[in-house]
Write a protein that binds this ligand. Structure first.
Ligand SMILES: [Zn+2]
Length: 181
């Protein structure tokens, strides 16, 4: 039966598909989308052990395949970054909802994924990939890197850096600000 979980220890949670999927090698968003695609049951009981989440992550990752898992993770991150700034376009929102129709399951997948990060950690290569984003649809900046926020009062209108396309600059700015504080 697909999805049957056999008992195993956390350090042995590795499966062979095209290559081994080791939880530590997955970013936060990759763990989320893998959990979402797994047999993690629906229902009120929303917390499981890190070991159990780990097994579902491996299952979901295997089910999606590495390329699809990474693609979904990048789009999820892209949607999040826009959402954080209240800038999600209708197209990006529609595709996000199509990909993740169950909002509650996505939240639970996030929680489960986060738990495995605190328990198992993350490799350096996964960490380097962790901040990457992609958009499935039009960006509010039209790829220019700048978003105009119009106000009835022209003096209150302003242009902001696109959180997706100017991510590196925004991160550098925040780092510099923290360093100077
Ligand atoms: Zn943009």
């Amino acid at each position: 039966m697909p999805g049957t979980i056999t008992e195993q220890h956390a350090e042995a949670v590795t499966v062979k598909t095209n290559g081994p999927i080791e939880i530590r090698e997955l970013t936060g968003a990759e763990r989320t989308v893998a959990l979402y695609a797994s047999d993690m049951p629906k229902g009120r009981r929303s917390t499981f052990t890190s070991e159990q989440y780990g097994q579902w992550i491996v299952q979901g990752a295997k089910r999606l395949g590495e390329a699809e898992m990474r693609r979904r993770a990048l789009y999820l991150r892209g949607w999040r970054v826009l959402d954080m700034h209240g800038l999600v376009t209708a197209q990006v929102q529609a595709r996000h909802e199509q990909r993740f129709p169950e909002g509650r399951r996505l939240i639970r997948s996030d929680k489960g994924g986060s738990l495995t990060i605190s328990v198992y950690g993350m490799t350096k290569t996964a960490l380097a990939r962790n901040g990457k984003v992609a958009l499935d649809g039009d960006c509010p900046c039209d790829g220019t890197g700048w978003i105009m926020l119009w106000n009835d009062d022209p003096d209150m209108s302003s242009e902001i850096m696109c959180p997706v396309h100017r991510r590196a600059e925004i991160d550098a700015f925040n780092r510099a600000r923290r360093a100077g504080a």
